[in-house]
Write a protein that binds this ligand. Structure first.
Ligand code: FE
Length: 355
Protein backbone atom coordinates (compact mmCIF):
# COMPACT_ATOMS: atom_id res chain seq x y z
CA UNK A 1 0.00 0.00 0.00
CA UNK A 2 1.46 3.38 -0.93
CA UNK A 3 2.33 5.54 2.06
CA UNK A 4 4.28 8.00 0.00
CA UNK A 5 3.37 9.85 -3.16
CA UNK A 6 4.49 7.90 -6.16
CA UNK A 7 7.62 9.03 -7.99
CA UNK A 8 5.46 9.75 -11.00
CA UNK A 9 3.50 12.32 -9.00
CA UNK A 10 6.52 13.95 -7.48
CA UNK A 11 8.26 14.27 -10.82
CA UNK A 12 5.22 15.45 -12.72
CA UNK A 13 5.68 19.06 -13.72
CA UNK A 14 2.41 20.93 -14.12
CA UNK A 15 1.66 24.06 -16.06
CA UNK A 16 0.48 26.15 -13.14
CA UNK A 17 1.95 29.32 -14.53
CA UNK A 18 -0.67 29.08 -17.25
CA UNK A 19 -3.45 28.46 -14.73
CA UNK A 20 -2.44 31.39 -12.55
CA UNK A 21 -2.34 33.70 -15.54
CA UNK A 22 -6.12 33.31 -15.73
CA UNK A 23 -6.51 35.00 -12.35
CA UNK A 24 -7.71 38.58 -12.56
CA UNK A 25 -5.32 40.96 -10.88
CA UNK A 26 -7.39 43.76 -9.46
CA UNK A 27 -5.91 46.71 -7.54
CA UNK A 28 -8.29 45.92 -4.68
CA UNK A 29 -10.61 43.04 -3.95
CA UNK A 30 -14.33 43.02 -3.17
CA UNK A 31 -13.76 44.16 0.41
CA UNK A 32 -11.64 47.07 -0.74
CA UNK A 33 -8.41 45.62 0.68
CA UNK A 34 -5.29 46.99 -1.01
CA UNK A 35 -3.65 44.21 -2.97
CA UNK A 36 0.01 43.22 -2.91
CA UNK A 37 0.25 41.52 -6.28
CA UNK A 38 4.00 41.01 -5.93
CA UNK A 39 3.98 39.32 -2.51
CA UNK A 40 6.08 36.14 -2.46
CA UNK A 41 4.12 34.50 0.32
CA UNK A 42 0.58 33.44 1.11
CA UNK A 43 -0.96 32.80 4.55
CA UNK A 44 -3.09 29.70 5.13
CA UNK A 45 -5.36 29.09 8.10
CA UNK A 46 -6.15 25.38 8.18
CA UNK A 47 -7.96 22.94 10.44
CA UNK A 48 -6.19 20.04 8.72
CA UNK A 49 -3.16 18.51 10.46
CA UNK A 50 -1.83 16.16 7.82
CA UNK A 51 1.66 15.67 6.42
CA UNK A 52 0.06 15.50 2.97
CA UNK A 53 -0.85 19.17 3.13
CA UNK A 54 2.74 20.15 3.92
CA UNK A 55 3.85 18.10 0.90
CA UNK A 56 1.32 19.90 -1.30
CA UNK A 57 2.40 23.32 -0.01
CA UNK A 58 6.08 22.44 -0.62
CA UNK A 59 5.28 21.48 -4.22
CA UNK A 60 3.42 24.77 -4.66
CA UNK A 61 6.43 26.74 -3.45
CA UNK A 62 8.72 24.78 -5.80
CA UNK A 63 6.45 25.59 -8.74
CA UNK A 64 5.71 29.24 -8.00
CA UNK A 65 8.36 30.59 -5.63
CA UNK A 66 5.50 31.62 -3.33
CA UNK A 67 6.12 30.61 0.29
CA UNK A 68 3.14 29.09 2.12
CA UNK A 69 2.89 30.22 5.76
CA UNK A 70 0.59 27.86 7.62
CA UNK A 71 -1.40 28.40 10.81
CA UNK A 72 -2.88 25.08 12.00
CA UNK A 73 -5.93 25.65 14.17
CA UNK A 74 -8.70 23.56 15.70
CA UNK A 75 -11.99 23.23 13.83
CA UNK A 76 -13.87 24.86 16.71
CA UNK A 77 -11.38 27.74 16.99
CA UNK A 78 -11.17 28.68 13.30
CA UNK A 79 -14.51 30.49 13.06
CA UNK A 80 -14.04 32.35 16.35
CA UNK A 81 -10.55 33.46 15.41
CA UNK A 82 -11.66 34.77 12.01
CA UNK A 83 -14.56 36.56 13.65
CA UNK A 84 -12.27 38.18 16.22
CA UNK A 85 -9.71 39.22 13.62
CA UNK A 86 -12.34 40.59 11.23
CA UNK A 87 -10.85 42.65 8.40
CA UNK A 88 -7.46 42.59 10.17
CA UNK A 89 -7.07 38.82 9.65
CA UNK A 90 -3.76 37.55 8.29
CA UNK A 91 -5.55 34.71 6.48
CA UNK A 92 -5.40 34.62 2.68
CA UNK A 93 -6.64 31.08 2.09
CA UNK A 94 -8.87 29.25 4.58
CA UNK A 95 -8.73 25.44 4.43
CA UNK A 96 -11.03 23.16 6.37
CA UNK A 97 -12.95 19.91 6.37
CA UNK A 98 -16.76 19.63 6.46
CA UNK A 99 -19.22 21.21 4.05
CA UNK A 100 -21.07 22.64 7.06
CA UNK A 101 -17.99 24.55 8.21
CA UNK A 102 -17.45 25.94 4.69
CA UNK A 103 -21.09 27.05 4.52
CA UNK A 104 -20.80 28.79 7.91
CA UNK A 105 -17.65 30.68 6.88
CA UNK A 106 -19.33 31.74 3.64
CA UNK A 107 -22.56 32.81 5.35
CA UNK A 108 -20.57 34.96 7.81
CA UNK A 109 -18.99 36.82 4.89
CA UNK A 110 -15.50 35.48 5.65
CA UNK A 111 -14.93 34.11 2.14
CA UNK A 112 -15.01 36.01 -1.13
CA UNK A 113 -16.60 34.79 -4.34
CA UNK A 114 -14.07 34.16 -7.04
CA UNK A 115 -13.86 31.97 -10.06
CA UNK A 116 -11.21 31.13 -12.61
CA UNK A 117 -11.34 28.84 -15.63
CA UNK A 118 -8.98 26.43 -13.84
CA UNK A 119 -11.27 26.19 -10.78
CA UNK A 120 -14.34 25.83 -12.97
CA UNK A 121 -12.71 23.04 -14.94
CA UNK A 122 -11.47 21.21 -11.82
CA UNK A 123 -14.51 21.07 -9.54
CA UNK A 124 -17.76 19.36 -10.55
CA UNK A 125 -20.71 21.66 -9.79
CA UNK A 126 -21.75 19.73 -6.69
CA UNK A 127 -18.29 20.23 -5.15
CA UNK A 128 -18.25 24.01 -5.05
CA UNK A 129 -20.34 26.74 -3.55
CA UNK A 130 -23.04 27.91 -6.01
CA UNK A 131 -21.77 31.43 -5.28
CA UNK A 132 -18.11 30.40 -5.78
CA UNK A 133 -17.00 31.18 -2.21
CA UNK A 134 -15.57 27.71 -1.48
CA UNK A 135 -14.24 24.84 -3.54
CA UNK A 136 -13.85 21.20 -2.48
CA UNK A 137 -10.57 19.41 -3.24
CA UNK A 138 -11.12 16.01 -1.56
CA UNK A 139 -13.94 13.88 -0.23
CA UNK A 140 -14.54 11.22 2.41
CA UNK A 141 -17.27 8.64 2.89
CA UNK A 142 -18.84 7.63 6.20
CA UNK A 143 -18.90 3.82 6.14
CA UNK A 144 -19.83 0.85 8.31
CA UNK A 145 -16.99 -1.20 9.75
CA UNK A 146 -17.85 -4.68 10.96
CA UNK A 147 -16.16 -7.55 12.76
CA UNK A 148 -15.34 -10.08 10.04
CA UNK A 149 -15.63 -13.05 12.36
CA UNK A 150 -19.08 -12.31 13.74
CA UNK A 151 -20.85 -10.30 11.03
CA UNK A 152 -21.70 -11.62 7.60
CA UNK A 153 -21.74 -8.52 5.37
CA UNK A 154 -24.60 -9.91 3.29
CA UNK A 155 -26.94 -8.76 6.10
CA UNK A 156 -25.74 -5.17 5.67
CA UNK A 157 -27.46 -2.77 3.30
CA UNK A 158 -27.87 0.63 4.86
CA UNK A 159 -26.86 2.93 7.72
CA UNK A 160 -30.47 2.26 8.75
CA UNK A 161 -29.36 -1.26 9.76
CA UNK A 162 -27.46 0.12 12.76
CA UNK A 163 -30.80 1.16 14.25
CA UNK A 164 -32.38 -2.29 13.76
CA UNK A 165 -33.05 -4.59 16.71
CA UNK A 166 -30.71 -7.29 15.39
CA UNK A 167 -27.75 -5.08 16.38
CA UNK A 168 -28.97 -4.55 19.98
CA UNK A 169 -25.93 -3.98 22.22
CA UNK A 170 -23.54 -4.31 19.27
CA UNK A 171 -22.92 -0.77 17.97
CA UNK A 172 -19.96 1.45 18.90
CA UNK A 173 -20.11 5.17 18.14
CA UNK A 174 -18.21 8.33 18.83
CA UNK A 175 -19.71 11.40 20.46
CA UNK A 176 -22.52 13.26 18.75
CA UNK A 177 -20.61 16.52 19.29
CA UNK A 178 -18.20 15.40 16.57
CA UNK A 179 -18.60 17.19 13.24
CA UNK A 180 -18.64 13.96 11.22
CA UNK A 181 -21.66 12.70 13.16
CA UNK A 182 -23.39 16.10 13.17
CA UNK A 183 -23.05 16.40 9.41
CA UNK A 184 -24.15 12.81 8.84
CA UNK A 185 -27.39 13.45 10.75
CA UNK A 186 -27.83 16.89 9.17
CA UNK A 187 -27.68 15.19 5.77
CA UNK A 188 -30.29 12.66 6.87
CA UNK A 189 -32.60 15.46 8.06
CA UNK A 190 -32.17 17.12 4.67
CA UNK A 191 -33.01 14.05 2.60
CA UNK A 192 -35.41 12.11 4.85
CA UNK A 193 -36.78 14.61 7.37
CA UNK A 194 -36.39 15.22 11.10
CA UNK A 195 -38.69 12.37 12.17
CA UNK A 196 -36.66 9.83 10.22
CA UNK A 197 -33.44 11.27 11.66
CA UNK A 198 -34.80 11.12 15.23
CA UNK A 199 -36.03 7.53 14.84
CA UNK A 200 -32.69 6.46 13.38
CA UNK A 201 -30.61 8.15 16.08
CA UNK A 202 -32.83 6.72 18.81
CA UNK A 203 -32.51 3.23 17.36
CA UNK A 204 -28.72 3.48 17.23
CA UNK A 205 -28.59 4.70 20.84
CA UNK A 206 -30.69 1.68 21.87
CA UNK A 207 -28.09 -0.51 20.15
CA UNK A 208 -25.03 1.03 21.80
CA UNK A 209 -22.53 -1.50 23.17
CA UNK A 210 -21.08 1.27 25.36
CA UNK A 211 -21.33 5.00 25.90
CA UNK A 212 -19.90 7.01 22.97
CA UNK A 213 -16.16 7.51 23.39
CA UNK A 214 -13.03 8.01 21.30
CA UNK A 215 -12.55 9.05 17.68
CA UNK A 216 -13.25 7.00 14.53
CA UNK A 217 -10.07 4.91 14.92
CA UNK A 218 -11.16 3.86 18.43
CA UNK A 219 -14.45 2.58 16.99
CA UNK A 220 -12.50 0.42 14.52
CA UNK A 221 -10.26 -0.89 17.30
CA UNK A 222 -13.31 -1.74 19.42
CA UNK A 223 -14.87 -3.66 16.52
CA UNK A 224 -11.61 -5.56 15.95
CA UNK A 225 -11.44 -6.39 19.69
CA UNK A 226 -15.02 -7.71 19.65
CA UNK A 227 -16.32 -5.02 22.05
CA UNK A 228 -18.93 -4.30 19.40
CA UNK A 229 -19.79 -5.84 16.06
CA UNK A 230 -20.35 -2.73 13.96
CA UNK A 231 -19.39 0.94 14.03
CA UNK A 232 -19.37 4.05 11.86
CA UNK A 233 -16.12 5.55 10.59
CA UNK A 234 -14.76 7.74 7.84
CA UNK A 235 -13.26 5.43 5.24
CA UNK A 236 -9.69 6.72 5.47
CA UNK A 237 -9.17 5.70 9.09
CA UNK A 238 -9.37 2.06 8.09
CA UNK A 239 -7.00 2.60 5.15
CA UNK A 240 -4.61 4.36 7.52
CA UNK A 241 -4.56 1.29 9.79
CA UNK A 242 -4.12 -1.00 6.79
CA UNK A 243 -1.14 1.08 5.62
CA UNK A 244 0.39 1.54 9.08
CA UNK A 245 4.05 0.74 9.79
CA UNK A 246 2.89 -0.78 13.08
CA UNK A 247 2.00 -4.49 12.70
CA UNK A 248 -0.52 -4.15 15.55
CA UNK A 249 -2.47 -1.60 13.49
CA UNK A 250 -2.44 -3.88 10.45
CA UNK A 251 -3.67 -6.72 12.68
CA UNK A 252 -6.60 -4.52 13.77
CA UNK A 253 -7.37 -3.67 10.14
CA UNK A 254 -7.29 -7.33 9.13
CA UNK A 255 -10.08 -8.14 11.59
CA UNK A 256 -12.59 -5.63 10.27
CA UNK A 257 -14.44 -5.33 7.01
CA UNK A 258 -15.70 -2.12 5.45
CA UNK A 259 -19.15 -1.76 3.97
CA UNK A 260 -20.23 1.25 1.92
CA UNK A 261 -23.89 1.59 2.82
CA UNK A 262 -27.03 2.66 0.98
CA UNK A 263 -25.87 1.71 -2.50
CA UNK A 264 -29.38 0.70 -3.56
CA UNK A 265 -30.94 3.72 -1.86
CA UNK A 266 -29.89 7.21 -0.83
CA UNK A 267 -26.17 6.67 -1.43
CA UNK A 268 -23.34 6.77 1.10
CA UNK A 269 -22.91 9.92 3.17
CA UNK A 270 -19.98 11.92 1.81
CA UNK A 271 -18.32 15.01 3.21
CA UNK A 272 -15.64 17.27 1.77
CA UNK A 273 -12.34 19.02 2.38
CA UNK A 274 -12.39 22.45 0.85
CA UNK A 275 -11.03 25.97 0.84
CA UNK A 276 -11.89 29.56 0.02
CA UNK A 277 -10.10 32.88 -0.21
CA UNK A 278 -10.52 35.21 2.77
CA UNK A 279 -12.79 38.19 2.16
CA UNK A 280 -9.99 40.38 3.55
CA UNK A 281 -7.00 38.87 1.79
CA UNK A 282 -4.42 41.39 0.52
CA UNK A 283 -2.95 38.58 -1.62
CA UNK A 284 -5.94 37.37 -3.63
CA UNK A 285 -3.83 36.47 -6.68
CA UNK A 286 -1.47 34.30 -4.61
CA UNK A 287 -4.32 32.71 -2.64
CA UNK A 288 -6.23 31.94 -5.83
CA UNK A 289 -3.14 30.35 -7.32
CA UNK A 290 -2.79 28.11 -4.25
CA UNK A 291 -6.49 27.24 -4.37
CA UNK A 292 -6.09 26.22 -8.01
CA UNK A 293 -3.11 24.13 -6.97
CA UNK A 294 -5.15 22.31 -4.30
CA UNK A 295 -7.63 21.34 -7.01
CA UNK A 296 -4.95 20.24 -9.48
CA UNK A 297 -4.57 16.56 -10.41
CA UNK A 298 -1.11 16.49 -8.79
CA UNK A 299 -2.40 17.72 -5.41
CA UNK A 300 -5.44 15.46 -5.49
CA UNK A 301 -3.17 12.48 -6.15
CA UNK A 302 -1.06 13.51 -3.16
CA UNK A 303 -4.16 13.68 -0.96
CA UNK A 304 -5.27 10.26 -2.23
CA UNK A 305 -1.86 8.76 -1.50
CA UNK A 306 -1.14 10.44 1.82
CA UNK A 307 -4.50 10.90 3.57
CA UNK A 308 -6.48 8.31 1.59
CA UNK A 309 -9.12 10.89 0.69
CA UNK A 310 -11.02 10.48 -2.56
CA UNK A 311 -10.19 12.99 -5.29
CA UNK A 312 -12.97 15.38 -6.30
CA UNK A 313 -11.72 15.41 -9.89
CA UNK A 314 -13.02 12.44 -11.85
CA UNK A 315 -9.78 12.34 -13.90
CA UNK A 316 -7.48 11.50 -10.96
CA UNK A 317 -6.49 7.86 -10.61
CA UNK A 318 -7.47 6.12 -7.36
CA UNK A 319 -4.81 4.49 -5.19
CA UNK A 320 -5.12 0.69 -4.84
CA UNK A 321 -6.65 1.15 -1.35
CA UNK A 322 -9.29 3.57 -2.64
CA UNK A 323 -9.88 1.52 -5.77
CA UNK A 324 -10.62 -1.49 -3.54
CA UNK A 325 -13.54 0.49 -2.09
CA UNK A 326 -14.67 1.12 -5.63
CA UNK A 327 -16.60 3.92 -7.25
CA UNK A 328 -19.81 4.19 -5.30
CA UNK A 329 -23.14 5.96 -5.23
CA UNK A 330 -23.02 9.13 -3.11
CA UNK A 331 -25.80 10.77 -1.14
CA UNK A 332 -26.97 13.67 -3.30
CA UNK A 333 -27.71 16.58 -0.99
CA UNK A 334 -26.21 20.06 -1.29
CA UNK A 335 -23.24 20.36 1.09
CA UNK A 336 -24.55 23.64 2.47
CA UNK A 337 -27.31 21.59 4.12
CA UNK A 338 -24.69 20.13 6.47
CA UNK A 339 -24.28 23.59 7.95
CA UNK A 340 -27.87 24.72 7.67
CA UNK A 341 -29.16 21.61 9.51
CA UNK A 342 -26.38 21.30 12.07
CA UNK A 343 -28.19 22.90 15.03
CA UNK A 344 -31.22 20.71 14.37
CA UNK A 345 -29.00 17.62 14.25
CA UNK A 346 -27.44 18.55 17.60
CA UNK A 347 -30.91 18.99 19.12
CA UNK A 348 -32.00 15.54 17.92
CA UNK A 349 -28.87 13.86 19.31
CA UNK A 350 -29.52 15.59 22.63
CA UNK A 351 -33.15 14.51 22.61
CA UNK A 352 -32.38 10.82 22.05
CA UNK A 353 -29.48 10.75 24.51
CA UNK A 354 -26.58 10.27 22.05
CA UNK A 355 -23.94 12.12 24.07
FE1 FE B 1 -10.66 12.83 10.16
Amino acid sequence: MPLRPSRRLVLAAAAFGALAACTQRAPSDAAGVAQDADARHVNVYTTRHYGSDQAVYRRFTEETGIEVRVLEIGGAELFDRLQTEGDQTAADLIVTVDGGALWRLAEAGMLQPLSTPALQAAAPARFRDPDNRWWAFAKRARVIVYNKESVDPVILRSMDDLAQARFRGQVCARSSANTYNLSMLAARIERAGADNARDWARGVVENFARQPQGADTEQIRAVAAGQCQVAISNHYYLLRLQNSDDPADREVASKVGVFIPDQDGAGAHVNISGAGVSAYSPRVAQATRLLEFLLSPESQSLFANLTNEFPVRPDVELTPGLAALGRFHEEQIPFEALGRRQAEAARIYEEVGWR
